[in-house]
Write a protein that binds this ligand. Structure first.
Ligand SMILES: [Zn+2]
Length: 448
C-alpha cells in the first residue's frame, strides 16, 4: 500500500472511531404537575396586572414620593400586596419582603439625588434546605425620555410591566406546587438607572452564601410585533453571557469552552425544557449578555458569579421604549398597553414557569472534573455525588455544535471512562432523580 493510501485509510478509520453513531438527546420528560401548573397561566390575568401597573402613571425610581396612587412606591405596594394574596395558596411557604436601601447621590451613576431603592422579593421555600435557589426576575421601574424624570408619565407597559405581570402570574401558579429548591420571585427597582435594585439583592445573596444556580430575568417580553410590522409569536430570545468576567480566559481558550459558561448551560437547559413543554414558543439561544447598547438585571447576577439569562421578545420597536408619550410626524411614541400581545406574554410566562419549576424539582448541577493527567484518546469524567440523583447522564457535542447532540446513560456511578476523545468532544454530566427530573449540565474542569 502506498504511503498516501495508508494515510487515507488511517484518516477514515480515525473518523469512524471519533464519530460513533449518535444517540440523539431526547426531549426532557414532562412532569404532569408542572404541565398542569403552567396550563393555569391566564392571558387575562396578565392584562389586568399590566393595566394596573400602567395606571400608576410613572414608575420612575425618582417618583417614590408621588403618593398612594402614583409612582413607584404605590406600584411597589400593589405588587407586595399581590404576593401577599398569592402566599395564601402556598401553605405558608411563600413570604414577601422589601429589599431596600438608600442610594446616595452620584451623578456619575445617573443618581442626581439621594433616593430609596426598594425592590419586592417573594421567596417560595423548597422542601430541601440543601437544594439550590433559583430566581425569576423583572424590573418594576419605568422611564421616559429623561431618565431622571420622576414627574411625567412613563407607562412602561412592555418595559417592564410585561415581565412584572409574568413574575406575579408564575408565582400564582407555582405557589401551590411542592418543589425541592427555593424559588425567588423578584421585581427590582432602579434597573433603568443602572441595575441598582438587582445588584443589591444579588450581592446580598452572594454575601449570605446562597447557592443560586440560575436567574431567569425577563425584560421586554410582551410584544409579538416588532418595528417591521411582522408578527412573531412563536419564539423568544434567550441571552446568556459567553465568558464570565472572572473567568480564566487562557483556560477557556485552551479547551474551547467559550460557549459553556454556567449561563450558557442554564440557557441550553431553558431552551430544552421550555420548548419541550409545548408552550408554543421556540427559544433562540444568543451567546452574549444582552443586546447592543442595552443591559439588564441578569448582569447583576452574572457579576456575582451566578448563572443568569435574559428572555426578550423577538424584535423590538424602539419608538415604544424609553420615550415620552407623544405623537410626532404621525408616529406614536411611548410604551403603551395597546402594543402588547397578552396571548404571547402568556406563552413567555408558561415558558419561564416550566423552566423554573423543572429546575427547582431537579437535582443540583453536578460538579464535574475531566482527568487530563496523561495523553490518552479516551475520556475519564468524575464528579461528586448529587443528593437525590439515582443516575447520571453524560451529554456531548462537537465543539462547533450549539447544543448537546448525544447522550449516554452512565448509571449510578460518579466516575466513567468513555472510548471517546476529550480532544474532540465537549462533555457534561447531568443528574437525574427517581421521577426523571434532570439537572443542568455540569461542565467539567480539567484536573491534572
Ligand atoms: Zn427594561
Amino acid at each position: 500500500m502506498s504511503p498516501y493510501r495508508r494515510l487515507a485509510l488511517l484518516v477514515v478509520v480515525s473518523l469512524c472511531c471519533a464519530l460513533p453513531a449518535r444517540a440523539d438527546v431526547p426531549a426532557p420528560s414532562l412532569d404532569p404537575a408542572v404541565a398542569a401548573a403552567i396550563a393555569r397561566i391566564d392571558a387575562a390575568n396578565l392584562r389586568a396586572t399590566d393595566t394596573r401597573l400602567v395606571a400608576f402613571g410613572t414608575r420612575s425610581t425618582f417618583s417614590e414620593k408621588s403618593g398612594p396612587n402614583r409612582g413607584i412606591f404605590a406600584a411597589r405596594d400593589y405588587v407586595f400586596d399581590r404576593f401577599g394574596q398569592i402566599a395564601r395558596s402556598s401553605g405558608g411557604r411563600l413570604s414577601v419582603a422589601l429589599d431596600s436601601y438608600t442610594q446616595v447621590a452620584d451623578p456619575a451613576k445617573r443618581i442626581p439625588r439621594d433616593v430609596v431603592i426598594s425592590s419586592v422579593v417573594a421567596t417560595l421555600k423548597g422542601d430541601d434546605p440543601a437544594a439550590p435557589t433559583y430566581v425569576m426576575s423583572s424590573h418594576l421601574d419605568s422611564r421616559n425620555t429623561d431618565n431622571n424624570d420622576g414627574i411625567h408619565d412613563a407607562p412602561g407597559a412592555d418595559d417592564n410591566g410585561s415581565a412584572v405581570s409574568a413574575v406575579l402570574e408564575a408565582a400564582r401558579v407555582l405557589a401551590p406546587l411542592q418543589m425541592h429548591g427555593t424559588v425567588i420571585f423578584a421585581c427590582f427597582d432602579s434597573e433603568e438607572q443602572g441595575l441598582f435594585g438587582s445588584a443589591h439583592l444579588a450581592q446580598g445573596l452572594k454575601a449570605a452564601h446562597v447557592d443560586v444556580e440560575g436567574d431567569l430575568n425577563n425584560d421586554i417580553i410582551g410584544a409579538s410585533v416588532g418595528d417591521d410590522g411582522v408578527k412573531r409569536d412563536d419564539m423568544v430570545r434567550i441571552y446568556s453571557e459567553a465568558i464570565p468576567t472572572a473567568a480564566n480566559v487562557r483556560l477557556i481558550n485552551a479547551i474551547g469552552s467559550e460557549n459553556d459558561s454556567p449561563s450558557n448551560e442554564l440557557a441550553r437547559y431553558a431552551k430544552e425544557t421550555g420548548d419541550a413543554y409545548a408552550t408554543g414558543l421556540t427559544g433562540m439561544l444568543i451567546w452574549r449578555a444582552d443586546r447592543f447598547l442595552r443591559g439588564g438585571d441578569h448582569e447583576s447576577f452574572n457579576a456575582q458569579g451566578f448563572a443568569a439569562l435574559r428572555f426578550t421578545e423577538p424584535r423590538e420597536t424602539f419608538a415604544h421604549q424609553h420615550q415620552d408619550v407623544r405623537v410626532e410626524n404621525g408616529v406614536q411614541y411611548g410604551d403603551l398597553l395597546q402594543y402588547l400581545d397578552f396571548d404571547y406574554l402568556a406563552k413567555v410566562t408558561r415558558y419561564n414557569a416550566a423552566v423554573l419549576a423543572s429546575l427547582a424539582l431537579a437535582p443540583a448541577t453536578p460538579k464535574v472534573s475531566v482527568d487530563t493527567k496523561a495523553l490518552t484518546n479516551d475520556t475519564t469524567l468524575f464528579w461528586d455525588p448529587v443528593p437525590r440523583a439515582v443516575r447520571y447522564e453524560v451529554v456531548r457535542r462537537l465543539t462547533t455544535e450549539p447544543t448537546w447532540s448525544a447522550v449516554q446513560d452512565a448509571g449510578n456511578v460518579t466516575r466513567i471512562t468513555l472510548p471517546l476523545s476529550k480532544d474532540i468532544w465537549q462533555f457534561a454530566v447531568r443528574a437525574v432523580d427517581a421521577q426523571g427530573h434532570r439537572s443542568q449540565a455540569g461542565f467539567p474542569t480539567p484536573v491534572r
